[in-house]
Write a protein that binds this ligand. Structure first.
Ligand code: COA
Length: 180
């Protein structure tokens, strides 16, 4: 369980299906994906993350509001194929009614810190379709810079963003207790 100022990140359970389906089946939310998810794909998303927890000790975690316990999306670490390499990726999805309130940044920064403290990865990545400005700006807010632009059959062009462990340590030292 990861706690931030306003959020808790916890493991998915099959009970999250209905709330997750509302997000992943929404065409507007999923406009930068090849297609919105159907029921089967949403079920597999939860199963994939339960497998990730068992296999790697991390995955995408359910993001819930501390105040109400409401499920508002997910954020976490998974291994993703980024231009042919399997790399640790911070991913995020937030329900459209909660977007643009800083929740993705807050969750993704906590995942970045968790990953550098609990894994040995030397760098963390986020990748997205070139049109996905919200995702790109969330990556930047986590301290990532664009490291690659490459053709990707599902995205036409994908951008890869990354922050290294050294950059993260340097920023933490510079900022003192600042949480960004
Ligand atoms: C990407 C996503 C998770 C961002 O969630 P969010 O909670 O709205 O993000 P935040 O409020 O923390 O904002 C993070 C930054 O992105 C910017 N941003 C958020 N949505 C944006 C949008 N639609 N267009 C442009 N900028 C956007 C914010 O202004 C903020 O920038 P700043 O740091 O310069 O202030 C959300 O839009 C989403 O769930 N999208 C659909 C799923 C998706 O595409 N996930 C990424 C897959 S690669």
């Amino acid at each position: 369980m990861i706690e931030t100022e306003r959020l808790l990140l916890r493991e998915y359970t099959p009970d999250d299906y209905d709330a997750l389906y509302e997000i992943m089946s929404d065409p507007e939310t999923m406009q930068h994906y090849p297609a919105p998810f159907d029921e089967e794909r949403t079920r597999r998303w939860i199963e994939w993350n339960l497998d990730n927890y068992a296999q790697y000790g991390f995955g995408l975690w359910a993001v819930v509001l501390k105040e109400t316990g409401e499920f508002i999306g997910d954020c976490g670490l998974t291994l993703q194929n980024i231009d042919g390499e399997m790399l640790p990726e911070i991913g995020y999805h937030i329900h459209k009614k909660y977007q643009k309130r800083g929740f993705a940044k807050e969750a993704a920064r906590a995942v970045r810190d968790w990953a550098f403290l609990n894994t040995k990865y030397r760098a963390l990545y986020s990748y997205m379709k070139y049109t996905n400005e919200g995702s790109r700006r969330t990556a930047e807010a986590v301290g990532m810079k664009k490291v690659k632009e490459y053709p990707d059959p599902k995205n036409t062009i994908s951008y890869a963003f990354s922050v290294t462990r050294e950059e993260w340590i340097h920023k933490k030292e510079k900022d003192g207790t600042d949480n960004s």
